[in-house]
Structures are given as C-alpha cells and as structure tokens.
Unconditional design. Structure first.
Length: 283
C-alpha cells in the first residue's frame, strides 16, 4: 500500500527477478504538508535525489525522525514495516527506490539483521545505488543479458549486507518474533478455514522454506504442526465450554469427519473427545 498526497509526475520501473528498481518524481505543493502512509510488503531501499525538502518519517510506531532531503541520503524499510510521515516544500521531489522480495532463500542469513534506517549517510551505499539508478534510467538494467536478474540479485544482496552492518542485530530478532506472532495470531483467527503453508508464508512476508525454518528455530515445530495443535486446543475449549456434539466440533474445525478428529484428538491427549469431556466434568 502506498498513499502519498504528492502528485505523481513520473515513475519508471525495471523488474529483474525478485528485485524492482524505480525512479520516482512527485510534485510537492507549497502550504500544507504532503502526507504519506506506506505499508511495505518488500524490503525497500530509498535514495534521495532532491535537496531542501523537510521530511518527517515514523516507522512502525517508533519515534519520529526529521531530516532535510539531500542527494545520497539512504533510508531502509524492512518488509512488513509501516511508515507514516510528511514532506514539506515546493517543487519536484525525486527519489530512487529498490524493492527486494524477502521470500528468497538467499536472504536467509540477513533476515535477522535488518532494521529500519532513516536518512543514512553512507558513501558506498549511495554510490552503489546511484549506479543502479543510472543503469535503470539509461535502459541498461532491463534484462538485456541472460544473467541480468542474477546480477541484480547479487547487487541486492550486497546492498542488504551493507544495511545489516549499519543496523546491528538485536532489534531484528524482535522483528522476527513479531512476524511469528502475527502469523500465529492469524492462524488463531482462521482456525475454522482451510489455508495452505504458502498462505501462511504470505502473511509473514517470507518464503515457505524461511517460514518453516523460523518456526522450527523459534517454536520447535513446523507451521502446520502448530496449526494442528491450535485446532486441538480450540477443540478442547469447545468441549469444555459448549454442549456441541463431537461431530459438530469436528466439522467446525475443518476435520474431514468425526473419526478423523477423534483419532487426532486421542493421539494428542490420550483420550477420545467424548471421554475427555466426561473426565473434565467428573462424569
């Protein structure tokens, strides 16, 4: 999602595999601030190309950061982050943007070391980004060679590695946990529906293999095992707090039939649903 009060003047986009490169120009009117609200599904690296605009940015509810734009300033927004802010000035504001799909296995080693950065001065980052944007503007990055996407992948990895070095590691661990918390909350809200592992990965903004790896690392089980456990926990709640028949609970939670539900419940608790309910109520 991208909402920005500044009118779009031009945007050029080059897509290379899991990386997109954009050159954007927007018009800022004098007077009221141009408000923005962006929810990032991909890792986003911004490079300022204009000078003199007063900017305010707030990432994921953190403290507001203010800066005056100048060419070469770099900001980074990890996938899943939400940004609000404003831009004040008059004229054309220009910036370059590199968007990187986080669901790529070659990013695994960096996922725990990326955190938001705003208005960073970093000569090497700025130079690498400027080179990418120049190639994009000249049409040289449009996939003319067989390995253009692979080249873009390598440059994207280099950029993220530089950003990870700037950002440290501690806050990103919290962000990984926050992603898993978001996924488990989504699972709890959709227990009565059918969904796939791929859909869970979409919720987490990770690839399937990344999601499985994070679940095993943090929770010691696979995502679908967590789903099964959550459904059985909800079944126990329904057995304890309602008078629903076992067959109705099985259907409500998406089991193919009552016997399948009974088999899974007994494997998990050592008792059938009916016996578990009787024992709970002392009957």
């Amino acid at each position: 999602m991208r909402e920005y009060d500044a009118n779009l003047v031009s945007r050029s986009v080059t897509r290379l595999g899991g990386t997109s490169i954009e050159l954007v120009r927007r018009r800022i009117e004098a007077g009221a601030p141009a408000r923005l609200h962006v929810a990032h599904e991909r890792h986003a690296i911004y490079a300022e190309m204009s000078r003199g605009f007063e900017c305010e940015r707030q990432v994921a509810g953190a403290a507001r950061e203010r800066f005056v734009s100048e060419p070469g300033l770099v900001s980074f927004r990890p996938a899943g982050s939400e940004v609000r802010g404003s831009t004040i000035g008059e004229g054309i504001v220009s910036y370059g943007l590199v968007l990187i799909d986080p669901r790529q296995d070659w990013l695994d080693d960096l996922q725990g070391a990326l955190r938001p950065l705003t208005a960073l001065r970093h000569a090497r980052l700025a130079a690498e980004l400027a080179s990418m944007f120049e190639a994009c503007a000249a049409g040289e990055a449009a996939g003319a060679t067989p390995f253009a996407a692979l080249h873009a992948q390598g440059r994207s990895l280099a950029l993220l590695a530089l950003l990870a070095d700037q950002g440290g590691t501690a806050p990103a661990v919290d962000r990984v946990d926050a992603r898993l918390a978001a996924v488990t909350a989504w699972i709890d809200a959709h227990l009565t529906q059918e969904f796939s592992l791929a859909e869970l990965a979409e919720v987490a903004h990770l690839s399937v293999s990344q999601l499985v790896r994070q679940f095993r690392c943090r929770l010691g089980i696979t995502p679908m095992r967590h789903v099964s456990n959550a459904r059985l926990k909800e079944a126990q709640r329904l057995l304890a707090q309602t008078r629903w028949p076992v067959a109705r609970i099985a259907a409500h939670l998406g089991y193919t039939d009552a016997s399948h539900f009974t088999s899974r419940f007994r494997a998990n608790t050592g008792a059938t649903p009916a016996a578990w309910r009787r024992r709970l109520h002392g009957r």
